[in-house]
Write a protein that binds this ligand. Structure first.
Ligand code: UDP
Length: 323
């Protein structure tokens, strides 16, 4: 199929583009490189360097691509930053995203696959979390993603645009070629691996007084290649829906650091810091719906394997992408 991928130069987008191409699809990547990297774009894809805010350029690119499916990764995605600068999140993730929905309708795109997040749930009443839990985000990032989900639902009802929304839990790991490089790195696993590489002195632990067994936050880490495979399953024509993507296993910050120490064979110093604003204590997915309805079968569900793939990539690219 002809697939138009926004944010295909970013972390999850780059791996998804690689998997799409490996599966024989034709891919156009649309990215403004504000967060992404040119070298993260698979050289088999067509690349358009432009911004979602440029309505005309976007429409032209979707049309030129002959897009049958749009996969929309491009977004700002940092909880902490969104707590300091909510406008950046609502402008980019909601307002500019609307340009893409309009282009999809205008060009007769058949399916829209959207990268959403477990941050749409806020602090869940229960874990593992199912898709029918109340959606009450506690940070502007989660709110901006929820607003886009709601817009999609209206575009489906009014314009007949079919969609699949994926609520990612914590993406981690790497393919052989593409991995995680954020200019401002705030994520746990890459930060801990920086310590293992000798590029940072301590693993910082944000909050040790959460209501969890060891006092640190619990998250569900899911391999980026497994996320990519879900997108390929979602492109099939058919019904619209919302799906969690996670492994159903929760690991605390301390357990993640321990696993990284084990995989890297390094001793990792830790430093306890105050809580980070906007962090829910425990987020663990039930991805039963994706398994049953999309036949999604994660291939790398063990945290150790996820960390090992990230470690291989970071060792090969200690400073990330050079451009
Ligand atoms: N975290 C931490 N130290 C770090 C980075 C993150 O303790 O250097 C914690 C963070 O507060 C959260 C968990 O690790 O509880 C996962 O954070 P991350 O930023 O990786 O993903 P998020 O869940 O915010 O999307």
């Amino acid at each position: 199929m002809k697939v138009f991928v926004t944010g295909g130069a970013g972390y999850i987008g780059s791996v998804c583009v690689e998997e799409l191409l490996n599966s024989g699809h034709q891919v156009t990547v649309f990215d403004n490189l504000s967060e992404g990297h040119r070298l993260a774009v698979d050289n088999r894809a067509v690349f358009v360097h432009a911004s979602l805010s440029d309505k005309e350029r976007l429409l032209e690119a979707v049309r030129d691509a002959g897009a049958e499916v749009i996969i929309h990764f491009a977004a700002h995605a940092l909880v902490v930053e969104s707590m300091a600068n909510p406008g950046k999140y609502f402008r980019n993730n909601v307002a500019y995203g609307l340009n893409l929905l309009d282009a999809a309708v205008e060009c007769g795109v058949k399916k829209f696959v959207f990268s959403s997040t477990c941050a749409t749930y806020g602090v869940p009443e229960q874990v593992p979390m199912t898709e029918d839990l109340p959606l009450r985000p506690i940070n502007p990032y989660g709110q901006s993603k929820l607003m886009f989900e709601q817009m999609l639902e209206w575009y489906r009802r009014i314009h007949g645009l079919d969609f699949v929304v994926f609520r990612y839990f914590n993406a981690a790991g790497a393919s052989k070629q593409f991995g995680e490089h954020h200019r401002l790195e705030t994520h746990l696993i890459p930060n801990v691996l920086r310590v293992a590489l000798g590029l940072a002195p301590d693993c910082e632990i944000f909050g040790t007084d959460y209501p969890t067994p060891d006092g640190t936050c619990i998250r569900d880490y899911v391999h980026v290649v497994d996320l990519a495979s879900a997108h390929i399953l979602a492109m099939k024509p058919g019904k619209s829906g919302f799906y969690n993507l996670g492994n159903g296993d929760g690991y605390s910050v301390r357990q993640v650091i321990q696993t990284c120490a084990q995989v890297t064979g390094k001793e990792l110093r830790t430093l306890e810091k105050p809580r980070r604003p906007g962090d829910p204590p425990r987020l663990v997915a039930s991805a039963e719906k994706a398994r049953l309805e999309l036949n999604w079968q994660p291939a790398f569900s063990r945290l150790e394997d996820i960390v090992r793939s990230a470690w291989q990539w970071h060792q090969a690219h200690p400073h990330g992408y050079t451009s």
